[in-house]
Design a protein around this ligand. Structure first.
Ligand code: GDP
Ligand code: MG
Length: 440
């Protein structure tokens, strides 16, 4: 995919504001990325349409090419669609009993997630009770008991001879008697969305004061997640979503589909079978995962945040005219330092070899930087702009001025010449970056 993107970047070279053609071209790849991530087809279409409208005519930020600018907008839109920020499960004030009902298909991860949540609330100092209302799946009650025990949380069960509603009602009574703060009701799922399952959940909601209905969705179900979450939300009504099995290699497009269809926040993500594997949902991380363009996004971030385009241009001009001198060298080093190490950016570019990287890194050593600065500042302006003036006697004078050995001055001159050679390749590299990198 990255390769495809790079091709797009190559094609997109116009500057100024984003044209319809720019946007259309980049959107083709965005569409592919979203479909590959298993975002529902319908949602992809809607999304593309709305972002296209927003993107056309926007200025291209300096330091970015139009393709990257489109990606930047797409990413922002994804993040805002998925909620911008993290969301917690709402609990009632103080010690009042909050009832949470788990909902979802069989195998989605309800029972596991119920126990994970129980642990989270317990850590926050809540007194938690789990209720076993899945009376169909063999061993479901036992599974909850085992998990509850692992978490040190009480499990309320009445075997499999009672109706889920009756168990739920009894669990609430038990909770109220025992000063429980959070009651989590584990329910039964079916392999597919079906009436019985919905009715059971609706029934529990009618008889018990459920404060939060949490839909648990297996992220690997991809396209299907839309129908499932849509139906649950319509029929039962949900308050939030937990997406499980994101430890797998799914890109997580379900997150976008579900949010788009239900409008309900994604609260947590399941990152494994262990009971500690429940993490906060971060829309920005998920957007990056769904787009599958992490490197490009990091690059865009860095470039738009730190890269001083004007100075870079000036520098490129100087290099072209071969007037790149020690002052520029120093300036360049300081800019690199400001950028948190150019190497971190360069490492993301195809075509930058590790030997070039280590040269740059060696030059970036802070201590050295100070000594280099001292040496350069001991030069006359003429010497700084024309390194060829540096004969032995001048070097000796400079060394004395900077308080270093003449060998260090020699080393700097050598380094500078190397750097200048490398800098000559830089415009090409930078161009490569702007075009999305050259293949190497
Ligand atoms: P339920 O039928 O909805 O109650 O689903 P379960 O809680 O029984 O989970 C079904 C299977 O998925 C079990 O083997 C769980 O260990 C597994 N599972 C649940 N959540 C996750 C997760 O976040 N990651 C992984 N890898 N497995 C999970
Ligand atoms: Mg279960």
């Amino acid at each position: 995919l990255t390769e495809k993107l790079q091709n797009v970047f190559k094609k997109l070279r116009s500057k100024g504001s984003l044209t319809e053609a720019d946007v259309k071209l980049a959107m083709k790849e965005v569409k592919m990325a979203l479909l590959e991530a298993d975002v529902s087809f319908k949602i992809v279409k809607q999304f593309i349409k709305s972002v296209e409208g927003r993107a056309v005519g926007q200025d291209v930020l300096t330091g970015l090419n139009p393709g990257q600018m489109v990606i930047k907008i797409v990413n922002e839109e994804l993040v805002s669609l998925m909620g911008s920020d993290t969301t917690e499960i709402a609990l009632k004030e103080g010690k009042a009993l909050t009832i949470i009902m788990m909902a979802g298909l069989q195998g989605a991860g309800k029972t596991t997630t119920a126990a994970k949540l129980a642990g989270k609330f317990k850590q926050k100092g809540k007194k938690v009770l789990l209720a076993a209302c899945d009376v169909y799946r063999p061993a479901a009650i036992k599974q909850l008991q085992v998990n509850g025990e692992k978490q040190g949380v009480e499990v309320f069960s009445m075997g499999d001879k009672n109706s889920p509603v009756n168990i739920a009602k009894a669990a609430v009574e038990h909770a109220l008697k025992n000063d429980i703060n959070v009651l989590i009701i584990d329910t039964a799922g079916r392999l597919q969305v079906d009436e019985d399952m919905m009715n059971e959940l609706i029934d529990i909601k009618k008889n018990v004061d459920v404060y939060q209905t949490i839909l648990v969705v297996d992220a690997m179900t991809g396209q299907d997640a839309v129908n499932v979450s849509g139906t649950f939300n319509e029929k039962v009504g949900i308050d939030g979503v937990i997406l499980t099995k994101l430890d797998g290699d799914t890109r997580g497009g379900a997150a976008l589909s579900i949010k788009a269809v239900t409008g309900k926040p994604i609260l947590y993500i399941g990152m494994g079978e262990k009971l500690s594997d429940l993490e906060q949902f971060y829309p920005d991380r998920m957007a990056s995962r769904i787009l599958g363009m992490g490197d490009v996004l990091t690059l865009i971030d860095k470039v738009s945040a730190e890269f001083d385009e004007e100075k870079a241009k000036e520098l490129q001009q100087k290099i072209k005219k071969s007037s790149f001198g020690f002052d520029d060298y120093l300036e360049q080093m300081n800019q690199m330092k400001k950028m948190g190490g150019l190497s971190s950016i360069l490492s993301m570019l195809p075509g930058v070899g590790s030997s070039q990287m280590s040269q740059i890194e060696a030059a970036m050593d802070n201590n050295k930087l100070n000594r280099i600065e001292a040496i350069i500042l001991s030069m006359t302006p003429a010497e700084r702009s024309d390194p060829n003036l540096l004969n032995v006697s001048r070097k000796r004078r400079i060394a004395a001025g900077a308080g270093v050995d003449i060998s260090e001055v020699n080393r700097l001159v050598k380094q500078f010449n190397q750097a200048r050679k490398m800098m000559k390749d830089m415009p090409q590299m930078m161009n490569g970056m702007q075009k999305g990198g050259k293949r190497g």
